[in-house]
Design a binder for this molecule. Sequence first.
Ligand code: PLP
Length: 475
Amino acid sequence: MGNEPTQELFRLLPKVDELLRRPAFAALAKDLPRPVLLHAAQVSIEELREEVAVGRWNPERLERAANGEEIERRVKAAVQVFESSGVARAVNATGVVLHTGLGRAPMARAAVEAAAEAAGYALLEIDRASGERGQRDLGLERLLKLLLGCEAATAVNNNAAATMIAVNAFAKGKEVIVSRGELVEIGGSYRMPEVMKAGGAKLVEVGTTNRTRIGDYRAAIGKKAGLLLKVHTSNFRVEGFTEEASLAELAALGRETGIPFVHDLGSGLVLDTPLPGLESEPRVIGSLREGPDLVTFSGDKLLGGPQAGILVGKAEAVKRVRKNPLFRAFRLGKQSLAALEATLRIYLRGPVAAIAEIPTLSMLAMGKEELQRRAESLLRGIQSLGHAEISAEIVEEFSEVGSGSAPGVKLPTYAVALRHEKLKAAAFAKRLRMANPPVFSRIHDNRVLLDPRTLIAGDESRIIAALADQVQPGP
Ligand SMILES: *Cc1c(COP(=O)(O)O)cnc(C)c1O
């Protein structure tokens, strides 16, 4: 196709203003901010322009599309895409409890309320008795000391930040000694070697991928040693012929040589009642007992709170973290801090309250009877839609902990398995994701699985609504 006919075709495309003046957009224009509508019109015209450029349109068809419903439909779809972008509620029917893509730990009601309360003015960095400037993490520290029996505690924005600030506070311009078997990549670009570099320290690897002994650490300690670091390899498992130095050995080596020892525990299990499948997951309190200077863990993994990186341990070590310039850069926002405190207050009331009120723990602890009851209730709801093209049944399946915590642990569950007569499972699952609110499922054996374990109050009717919408053909 030559250039000139293309130029002719381009002239058939409407101008943005002209397009938006059409009666088809009158209602939308009343509800939507003008920039959103402009953006949608520009995107749609540009889309057509690109199709013209690759020869997809002839003059008659293009003229009809540009003047009629085709382009209007595209603008409305572009508005829809824009309006459904950004952070919004979603239904997690995947059965992955700590689903990174869906926001990891769902917060307890008390934590949500505390965050909302703190959103206005709040007692944050002020001492109410004197009216003087205070410190934002003192309330949090009191709670963590009561709960874990540590000397001191603080928190930053996430556990990646907690590890980095520990590295920077103890080993800037020095060496961090880590086992080769623990050089984990957590996700994104969070790889231990990069964390060391960004933290201003040099990584010294000791041992081999599967075996590291305490003697390997000792041999690596030279004049420039700044930190002994042990990383809980939470997202993979080395099996077979393995050996690692124990926390107690490392803590003793640290005391003997005067080099601080930090344990990056990652998943941060605090609950002292065994959870099914997580019997061998290390606890924060167990790690503290072995005597490291600091233990770091996430707020939104097995703790079940907001995103945070918690540092607990010796008073001297926490003091150094607080004095580090990164502490100001990495500090927790008031809403996260309030939510974290509220979560810890639930733990203080004991394991029964924690399992009942912290969604992550309720989901992990949920028994098969409860799961079956929920699956049956969901199944009845779906069947009552009387959808001719969707068949549903209950199957025995497995949920996962997620977020790299407890890899390979399979939690038995009952899921509702759906089949759509006219759609492959992937297309059906996509339709559910495009619903409002979006429903995320799991695909297995060309079926869409809905796992009741990870549903929260109200999700069942949200799923039913998303499926009811499928009666009309989707976009
Ligand atoms: C998850 C994890 C991190 C990262 O924690 P975030 O809270 O996601 O920043 C660091 N170290 C370990 C061992 C982890 O498991």
